[in-house]
Design a protein around this ligand. Structure first.
Ligand SMILES: *Cc1c(COP(=O)(O)O)cnc(C)c1O
Length: 226
């Protein structure tokens, strides 16, 4: 593995462990989702070889180009979708991913429920919450999450196990992490996907169970997709 990647991954693992210890969390309880979007198999393979098992991608099509092959080599990989899901990609997404973190609208819930039945396969689901109420951003508004969860259960037979958020780029993330935690608690949801390269320690302080870390592991991306 390139020394750079190796050093970065180790650094992220150390930061994660320190954050768990500092907050009285059990060491190892926060799941590290390595966000490999834009990186090819040659960059991903060394990270797998270093023991990383959970990976996040934000595009279905890009994922299909690299993960089926990698998974033949490494069957224990757990793959999370962390980008927007169009209904015409639901079949592929259900086939490929172990967790879909971006359930964000009734139409998608309907399509997922149908596909779960067809494939007899049920990836874990997180509801994406638009904590900053940004018009251009996907996600259920904070005030509508409870109703949406109920709709998913009653109408479509879907049970989300967690929530996910991407705080506004230019705001202090703590308020958003605290809000997501509050919504999860009142709905008895166990999983909280929040925190990225720049703020995952803060997210852990606020109860994150999954942190999504890309550039701190893989280095800078040459473009920012989606
Ligand atoms: C790209 C991406 C990340 C990782 O971002 P970094 O700043 O590179 O750690 C996390 N979550 C989502 C939804 C992303 O699209």
């Amino acid at each position: 593995m390139s020394d750079g990647t190796h050093a970065r991954l180790q650094d992220v693992r150390n930061r994660l462990t320190e954050a768990e210890e500092a907050r009285g969390r059990q060491v190892g309880e926060v799941k590290l989702v390595a966000v490999s979007k834009t990186f090819g198999p040659e960059a991903i393979r060394p990270v797998i070889e270093a023991g990383q098992t959970i990976f996040g991608e934000n595009k279905v099509q890009e994922s299909q180009g690299k993960w089926p092959e990698l998974r033949k080599e490494y069957p224990n990989i757990e793959l999370h979708l962390i980008g927007p899901l169009q209904t015409n990609k639901v079949r592929d997404a259900v086939g490929l991913f172990d967790c879909i973190q971006t359930l964000d609208r009734p139409k998608l819930a309907r399509a997922l429920a149908k596909e779960f039945a067809l494939q007899a396969k049920q990836p874990e689901l997180f509801v994406q919450v638009n904590t900053g109420q940004e018009p251009q951003k996907a996600g259920i508004l904070p005030s509508e999450v409870d109703d949406f969860l109920q709709l998913c259960r009653d109408e479509f037979g879907l049970r989300a196990s967690g929530l996910m958020c991407i705080p506004p780029f230019d705001e202090e993330p703590s308020l958003h992490f605290a809000l997501l935690k509050k919504i999860a608690d009142r709905n008895a949801l166990a999983a909280l996907s929040m925190g990225m390269s720049s703020d995952f320690e803060t997210a852990i302080a606020f109860g994150a169970t999954h942190v999504r870390v890309g550039s701190a592991i893989f280095g800078a991306r040459s473009y920012t997709p989606g």
